[in-house]
Ligand binder design. Sequence first.
Ligand SMILES: [Mg+2]
Length: 115
Amino acid sequence: MIDKDNTINSLKNIVQDFVDEREWSQFHNAKNLSMALAIEASELMDIFKWDTPKSCEQKMSNKESRQDAIDELADIIIYAIAFANKNNIDISKAVSKKMIKNRIKYPTDKFKGNF
Ligand SMILES: [Mg+2]
């Protein structure tokens, strides 16, 4: 299973099937899912805590620590998808609309190469 062969909808179905099989939807609300997402983001950050940019690159080149980071990224995405599923959010529409807002907020003539 790789990105180019999948749609967001197929990932939404995989996550929803997992939740339904365990009857976990009863625990899924905006608070719990947003907290879970933030916790997983913290787990990803913990891998790189106190690292320099160079040691971050080294960790992402190391097989074991790279897999740890990939697993945490997957957890973040899974909770984001679960949040979308629970709240009937179309992820493609949400991302494309937000990117339009981001382009307006950060025009290239002011922000290219700058924050
Ligand atoms: Mg995790």
